[in-house]
Design a protein around this ligand. Structure first.
Ligand code: UT7
Length: 336
């Protein structure tokens, strides 16, 4: 093998301590544990309550853990990419804030905004810098403090989202493992179904936008649901076909955690057995850019070198896609 690939050589995550249960939500809005569980599969989500903490602070915890377990010094990191829709501020980017708080000096860093597909987009981007031979250590973060843009009087969204962050280390290898291929897509016409109305340049913040509660995530669930199933299923098939593989070659499907019914539909339509589909939505809800690295973190001890993983996601934009990875290490190496 001579081709350079970007191997994931470690993963770490962070979720805040506070757990918002369905029982607590029942007291906040007109909903029930039965409705939330049967329609979404979510039982609880973690919410960031630490005063003064933002998205970057959750990411910092994930990145510090990642540096420790991969035995990497902060100054060795050359590039950090952060996928998020809840940056600490409009500008500067959250990625540079993470670097500063962790002590990563001299690296360049930037954010990617692709909503729930953010981690996929960032992972593909980071992998290309490795494949091009430009960098040897790249960190890709997916982090969102969704509670900062959720209206806790809106039962259609507040039951879904949670806060969390995950990070992976990318390093070059010629062993045939790593990020093998990806199919990434976008369709801007989907923006009408999933967006935040105010706070950007099209509708800057004003008393009126605050009064109209326009600084929160807005979602039309059903069209997003349908497009998500179609988009993820289609790109899984495409990436497998392009690499002369079938669904039987997949050891793990790693789907975005937006809705248990979406995960099941995608798994069924793609033909992946349930026991090969990573699921942790019942514990974290939808953490947007955080879901995929948090899945890898939770399942890390079960992963083996040579396993084929397909990561797939769908989100606001619309954005979606699937990435094929050949896993680079035995998860138990970290003694998790
Ligand atoms: O991560 C980014 C991408 N996002 C997604 O992939 C999310 C895709 N969409 C979904 O996951 C689902 O559409 C939702 C979970 C958002 C909603 O589930 P649904 O089965 O599509 O419900 P619905 O929107 O069709 O609403 C059914 C009913 C409505 O009442 P009526 O009009 O039938 O009387 C809603 O008002 O359920 C009602 N409803 C609720 N009832 C109790 C909506 N939210 C709630 C709630 N508790 N929390």
């Amino acid at each position: 093998m001579t081709k350079l690939h970007a191997a994931i050589t470690g993963v770490h995550g962070y979720v805040p301590d506070y757990i918002l249960t369905n029982a607590e939500l029942e007291k906040m809005v007109d909903t029930t544990d039965e409705w939330i569980t049967s329609r979404t599969g979510i039982k609880e989500r973690h919410i960031l309550k630490t005063p003064g903490w933002a998205t970057s602070d959750m990411a910092v915890e994930a990145v510090k853990g990642l540096l420790a377990k991969t035995d990497t010094k902060p100054e060795e990191v050359e590039l950090l990419i952060c996928a998020t829709v809840t940056p600490d501020m409009h500008f500067p980017d959250t990625a540079n804030t993470i670097c500063d708080k962790v002590g990563i000096k001299g690296a360049w860093a930037y954010d990617i905004n692709a909503a729930c597909s953010g981690f996929l987009y960032a992972l593909m981007t980071g992998a290309k810098f490795i494949e091009a031979g430009m960098h040897k250590k790249v960190i890709v973060v997916g982090a969102d403090k969704m509670s900062s843009i959720i209206d806790y009087t809106d039962r259609t969204t507040c039951i879904i989202f949670g806060d969390g962050a995950g990070a992976v280390m990318l390093e070059p290898t010629k062993d045939g493992v790593g990020v093998i291929d990806g199919v990434l897509r976008g369709d801007g016409s989907g923006r009408v179904h999933l967006h935040m109305k105010a706070g950007g340049s099209s509708l800057p913040a004003s008393h009126e936008t605050v009064e109209k509660r326009q600084h929160y995530a807005y979602q039309e669930g059903q069209p997003v649901f349908k497009a998500a199933v179609k988009g993820m299923t289609g790109t899984i098939a495409e990436v497998l076909k392009r690499n002369n593989m079938t669904v039987d070659d997949i050891d793990w499907l790693v789907p975005h955690q937006a809705n248990k019914r979406i995960i099941q539909s995608v798994g069924d339509m793609a033909g992946v057995p349930t026991e090969k589909v990573m699921v942790n939505i019942h514990r974290y809800g939808n953490t947007t850019a955080g879901t995929l690295p948090l899945c890898l973190w939770d399942y890390e001890s079960q992963l083996k070198r040579g396993d084929h993983l397909v990561l797939t996601a769908f989100g606001g934009g619309f954005t979606w896609g699937s990435i094929l990875i050949k896993w680079a290490y035995d998860g138990l190496e970290f003694g998790v």
